[in-house]
Design a protein around this ligand. Structure first.
Ligand code: ADP
Ligand code: MG
Length: 701
C-alpha cells in the first residue's frame, strides 16, 4: 500500500464516525490509518485452551469454558439489580453475572444450549463467577475463523466507557486490513531480510494483529522491533556522519609546549589506562578536520578533570581559547581552583565567571576574552550570556551534561565562525544501550576504571530498630578522627513533613552526641546562603564532626576526612541519588562506610535498590538496574530523545536487537552513505517517508 493510503484520516475507515474519530485522536493519538496500524497490542489472550469448571483456580487470568446456562435469576441489591445465570459443564457449576444491559442479555441468551464463554473469574462464598463474559454459541465459535490468539490493545478509561472496547478496536483493525487488502509496502531491503530471515512487512503486520501461531507472532514482533530500532539508529548514525563530513572544525594539528611540558613534567599522578585511552580518542578527534562532538562518561571520582585539562592544553597549543562550564557555582569554583593549581607551572591565564562575579571584574573578563589575552574561562551559565564573546574559542567543555539542555549546548557553538570542539562530561552513568539511542549522534568515551588505591566503600543496610548500634559505630569512627554525614530526604511534595523529620533527626543527634565533646553542623535548603557557607566551612575545616543535611550536599562537596555516610529513610531515595550521595565519602585514605537506614516496610523496588547498593559500587551496573526499575522515561536526558516513543521495542528488554539493528545500520551507511545504491532504495524511501511525515521518533512503518 502506498503512503497516501496510510495517511488517510481515520474517519474514513468503516465503523469510525466523527465521535469515535475524536475519541481515537484524543485518547490514543490515532489520526490516520497509519496510526491505527501502528497501534500494537499490549498482550494477547490465548484462546486455544479450554478449562473445566471443576479445575478452575483462583488466578487472575482469563479462562475459556464450554457449558450451558440452566437458569436465570435477578438479584436485588442496594445499588440496583444484577442478572445471574447458572452455568454448568460436566464437572461443576458457576455463575455468570451482568450489571448492565440485563434486559437485552436475558432476551438474547438461550437456556440449555452449549456456549463458549471467556473472561476473568472471581471466587466468592465457594462459587466461581464471571462478570460480563464474552459469549458465543459453540456452533458459531467452531465456525469462526478468528485467530486463536486475541490481541489486547492499549486503552483508556474514557474509551472503554464510551463503548470503544477492545472488541471494537479489533473490528476496526479488521476493517483496515480488508480495506488495504493486506498489502503493505516492504520497508527493509531484501538483503537485510534474507540475512536475518525476517518476515515480510505485510506478514509481520498481519500477525502482530491477528497471530496465526505463537511462532509467527514471535517472528512478527522481532521483525517490527528490529525495524523500529534500525531506523532510529540509521537516523542517528547518519546525522553523525553528515556532521563529520560537513561541519568543519578547527584542526588542532599541534601537540605543543603546554601539553608536552605538562604531560612530561607536571602530571600529578600517572594516568589510568582508561584515562590514557580517552585522551587518545580526544586527540584523534581534535586533530581531524571535523568538529568534535564527544560525550565523556565516567563515574564520580574516575578522573575526568585531568582529561578536560589535557584537552584544554591542546587547544591552547594551537592558539585557541577554551572554556569549561559547570552547573553550579560550587563546582565552577572547585574547577577553577583545581585548574589554576595544576597550571601554575605553565604560562596560562585562567578566569572564573559566575553569577556573583563583580561588574568591574566582569568587564575585564569580557575585554580580555575579546582581545584574546585570556586563555581559559571557567564558570556557570553566565558563560552563555550574550556579552561573553570569545576572540577564538576552539574548545568548549561542559561538565555534568544532563543539567544543560541541548539548546544550551548549541548556544556555545554560535559564539564563533566555526563551532568549537565540544566535550561533554557526565558522572551520571548512562547504560550503553541507552546511550546508543539517546546520544547516538555524539561519540562516546568511557572512563571505566577508578584511579588506583581507592578503597571500596563498605555499604550496609540497617533497620531503624538498630539505630543505637549505628550511633555506637559513629562514636567509634569519630573517636578515630573521622567525620560523618547524615542525610535526610527532602522531597518537594511533602516538604513540611520532611523538614520536621530533619529537625527531629537533628535534635536526636544532638541529644545522642552532646556538646562540647561533639560539634554538629546542619545544612538545608531553607537556610540563607551565608549561613550555609558558614556551616559548610566549619565541617570542611573539621570543627564539626557530624553534618546533618538534606540532599543539598549531593553535588560538589569534597571533604576527604568524612568517611561515614548515613542515609536516613534510604528507601525513599532513587538509585542514582543514593549512588551520588555515597560518592561523597571514600575520597580520603581511610576505609569509608555507607549505612542505609530504613523502616521495616519496604516495597519490592526499594528492596532491589538497597540490595543493589550493598552489592556493587559500579555506577554503570547501578544505572542498568535503575533503568530497569524506572524505565527510560525518568532517566535524565532522555526526554528529548525517541526512546520514550518506541512503539514496539523496549530499550531494555530488546537491547540485543538494538545492537544488531545498530550494526546493520552502520554497515548500510558505511557501504552507501547517502543511500544511493539500488539495493538500498527501499531503505531510502522509508527513511524519506519517516522524515517527511513526522519527526522520526514517531515511527512510521
Ligand atoms: P571526576 O571524574 O569525578 O570529575 P576528578 O577529576 O575530580 O573526578 O578526580 C577525582 C580525584 O581523583 C581527584 O582528587 C584527582 O586528583 C584524582 N585522580 C584523578 N586521576 C587520577 C589518577 N590517574 N591517579 C590518581 N589520582 C587521580
Ligand atoms: Mg568532576
Amino acid at each position: 500500500m502506498n503512503a497516501n493510503f496510510l495517511q488517510t484520516p481515520i474517519e474514513y475507515l468503516k465503523g469510525v464516525g466523527p465521535n469515535r474519530a475524536n475519541l481515537l485522536k484524543s485518547e490514543l493519538g490515532i489520526h490516520t490509518f497509519q496510526d491505527l496500524l501502528n497501534l500494537f497490542p499490549n498482550r494477547y489472550l490465548d484462546r486455544t485452551q479450554f478449562y473445566k469448571i471443576g479445575q478452575l483456580q483462583r488466578t487472575n487470568a482469563e479462562v475459556q469454558i464450554t457449558g450451558k446456562i440452566t437458569h436465570f435469576k435477578t438479584v436485588e441489591q442496594k445499588r440496583g439489580k444484577r442478572l445471574v445465570a447458572t452455568f454448568r459443564d460436566d464437572t461443576g457449576v458457576m455463575e455468570l453475572v451482568w450489571f448492565r444491559g440485563q434486559k437485552w442479555i436475558r432476551e438474547q441468551l438461550k437456556l440449555n444450549v452449549p456456549y463458549v464463554i471467556f473472561g476473568k473469574t472471581n471466587f466468592y462464598n465457594g462459587t466461581f463467577s464471571m462478570p460480563h463474559p464474552e459469549m458465543e454459541l459453540q456452533k458459531d465459535h467452531e465456525k469462526s475463523l478468528r485467530s486463536a490468539m486475541q490481541a489486547v490493545y492499549p486503552s483508556t478509561e474514557k474509551l472503554a466507557n464510551s463503548g470503544v472496547t477492545n472488541r471494537v478496536i479489533n473490528t476496526l483493525m479488521q476493517e483496515l486490513f480488508m480495506a488495504s487488502k493486506n498489502r503493505f509496502s516492504e520497508t527493509l531491503s531484501e538483503s537485510i531480510r534474507n540475512s536475518l530471515k525476517l518476515l515480510s512487512k505485510s506478514e509481520a503486520l498481519f500477525n502482530i494483529h491477528f497471530p496465526t501461531s505463537q511462532e509467527k507472532l514471535a517472528r512478527s514482533q522481532y521483525r517490527l522491533k528490529f525495524e523500529e530500532l534500525f531506523y532510529i539508529q540509521l537516523q542517528l548514525i547518519r546525522k553523525n556522519l553528515v556532521h563529520k563530513a560537513k561541519i568543519k572544525g578547527y584542526p588542532f594539528k599541534e601537540i605543543g609546549k603546554n601539553f608536552n611540558t605538562f604531560y612530561t613534567k607536571h602530571l600529578p599522578f600517572e594516568l589510568t589506562n582508561a584515562q590514557k585511552r580517552v585522551v587518545k580518542e580526544i586527540r584523534n578527534d581534535l586533530g581531524s578536520n571535523a568538529q568534535m562532538n564527544r560525550l565523556l562518561q565516567g563515574d564520580v571520582g574516575s578522573g575526568k578533570t585531568i582529561v578536560a585539562l589535557l584537552s584544554i592544553l591542546i587547544a591552547l597549543d594551537n592558539g585557541f581559547q577554551a572554556c569549561l562550564m559547570a552547573p553550579t557555582e560550587i563546582l565552577s569554583v572547585q574547577h577553577y581552583n583545581g585548574l589554576v593549581e595544576l597550571c601554575k607551572p605553565l604560562n596560562t591565564s585562567i578566569k572564573l565567571l559566575t553569577g556573583s562575579t563583580k561588574a568591574s571584574e566582569r568587564r575585564k573578563i569580557h575585554e580580555s576574552l575579546q582581545n584574546g589575552s585570556l586563555d581559559v574561562l571557567i564558570g556557570t551559565h553566565a558563560l552563555l550570556e550574550d556579552k561573553v564573546k570569545f576572540s577564538n574559542l576552539g574548545l568548549a567543555i561542559i561538565d555534568e551534561q544532563h543539567r544543560f539542555g541541548v539548546a544550551q549546548r548549541s548556544k556555545l557553538w554560535h559564539k564563533n565562525e566555526y563551532p568549537p570542539h565540544v566535550l561533554v562530561m557526565t558522572a551520571t552513568p548512562i547504560p550503553r544501550t541507552l546511550a546508543m539511542s539517546v546520544y547516538g549522534d555524539l561519540d562516546i568515551s568511557v572512563i571505566d576504571e577508578l584511579p588506583p588505591g581507592r578503597k571500596d566503600i563498605n555499604t550496609v543496610h540497617r533497620f531503624d530498630a538498630n539505630r543505637l548500634k549505628v550511633f555506637r559505630f559513629i562514636r567509634d569512627e569519630i573517636s578515630k578522627g573521622r567525620q560523618v554525614y547524615m542525610v535526610y530526604p527532602l522531597i518537594q511534595e511533602s516538604e513540611a513533613l520532611d523538614y520536621k523529620d530533619l529537625m527531629d533527626g537533628y535534635e536526636s543527634v544532638v541529644r545522642e552526641f552532646p556538646q562540647p565533646e561533639y560539634q554538629i553542623s546542619i545544612l538545608h535548603g531553607k537556610m540563607k546562603p551565608a549561613d550555609k557557607e558558614f556551616e559548610m566551612d566549619r565541617f570542611v575545616r573539621g570543627e564539626t564532626q557530624i553534618m546533618v543535611a538534606t540532599t543539598v550536599i549531593e553535588v560538589g562537596v569534597n571533604v576527604p576526612n568524612a568517611s561515614v555516610m548515613i542515609i536516613e529513610s534510604a528507601e525513599r531515595f532513587g538509585l542514582s541519588q543514593l549512588h551520588q550521595l555515597r560518592g561523597r565519602v571514600g575520597r580520603g585514605a581511610e576505609q569509608s562506610f555507607c549505612i542505609l537506614m530504613t523502616s521495616h516496610k519496604l516495597s519490592a523496588d526499594a528492596k532491589t535498590r538497597l540490595e543493589t547498593m550493598t552489592r556493587t559500587s559500579d555506577g554503570f551496573e547501578i544505572a542498568e538496574v535503575d533503568l530497569k526499575l524506572r524505565g527510560p522515561g525518568d532517566i535524565m536526558g532522555t526526554q528529548q530523545s525517541g526512546v520514550l516513543n518506541l512503539r514496539i521495542a523496549d530499550i531494555i528488554k530488546d537491547s540485543e536487537i538494538l545492537k544488531i539493528a545498530r550494526s546493520y545500520a552502520i554497515q548500510v551507511l558505511k557501504d552507501d552513505p547517502v543511500l544511493r545504491k539500488p539495493e538500498n532504495k527501499t531503505i531510502q524511501n522509508t527513511f524519506a517517508q519517516l522524515t517527511k511525515y513526522k519527526n522520526i521518533w514517531n515511527y512510521i512503518s
